[in-house]
Design a protein around this ligand. Structure first.
Ligand SMILES: [Zn+2]
Length: 240
């Protein structure tokens, strides 16, 4: 059984630390890279970059980090750049999405890349990646204008894998992950669920506080903890 603290939709922020101690199944973020991601997120990232011909042009800078690495990054940034900068751009050790393997920092290829704030501009190939990211399940996790909700300054280079239907809903509605987790409380399972679809699939999305044997949808489904207080269900509606 899935736990509240694991799955593609876990909310990780300063109030909701990463609780899962098992290391995810990891794979190179793109073929040949030493940057690692959770295996499915890596496959989807590679697929997205292949589609726009950007492998080698857009490069992974930082993916999965152990708690120890996150602590080193935090302490290094505090020593080099001070507390104000660090609190803005570096998540507290234990509260970083990078520890889940579902977050990736991307950069436009360059001779020198800033590890904390890589350059990922709004135009060119980076723009093309943004345009299709949701179709591959990625959201821009710390958008400008949502700093008061995410607690992190705008980071146009940081993407988070949440899965396609969820990424598309969040993008269409302009919701940060914090807001999406709240929003789904309005769709308790079983009951009227949120319909999401387009692009050859249809899904229904709902929230439940308890997950167990009484949940047996008649269609294929996935479950993820929200890392707060319950589970997000994704029910796939197969074409008739
Ligand atoms: Zn990041």
């Amino acid at each position: 059984m899935a736990g509240i603290h694991s799955g593609n939709l876990i909310l990780i922020n300063a109030s909701h630390p990463h609780m899962e101690s098992r290391r995810p199944a990891l794979a190179p973020a793109v073929p040949g890279s030493s940057v690692l991601l959770e295996a499915r997120a890596a496959a989807m990232l590679t697929g997205a970059l292949e589609r726009i011909g950007a492998l080698g042009e857009i490069v992974p800078v930082s993916g999965w980090r152990s708690n120890g690495e996150q602590r080193e990054i935090w302490e290094g940034s505090m020593a080099e750049s001070g507390e104000d900068f660090t609190r803005k751009y570096v998540a507290l050790p234990g509260c970083s999405e990078h520890e889940t393997g579902l977050a990736i920092d991307l950069a436009l290829r360059a001779d020198e890349i800033d590890f904390i704030r890589p350059d990922f501009p709004c135009d060119g190939v980076c723009r093309r990646f943004r345009d299709i990211a949701a179709d591959y399940g990625f959201i821009e996790r710390y958008p400008a204008g949502k700093e008061h909700i995410t607690g992190i300054a705008a980071e146009p280079w940081h993407f988070r894998y949440v899965g396609r239907p969820h990424a598309r809903v969040m993008r269409e509605m302009g919701l940060a992950l914090e807001e999406y987790v709240e929003f789904l409380r309005g769709y308790p399972y079983p009951g009227e669920l949120l319909c999401a679809g387009g692009g050859g699939y249809e899904a229904e999305i709902g929230f439940t506080r308890c997950y167990g044997t009484h949940i047996a949808p008649s269609s294929p489904y996935q479950v993820s903890g929200n890392n707060v207080d319950g589970y997000i269900l994704t029910l796939w509606r197969l074409p008739a």
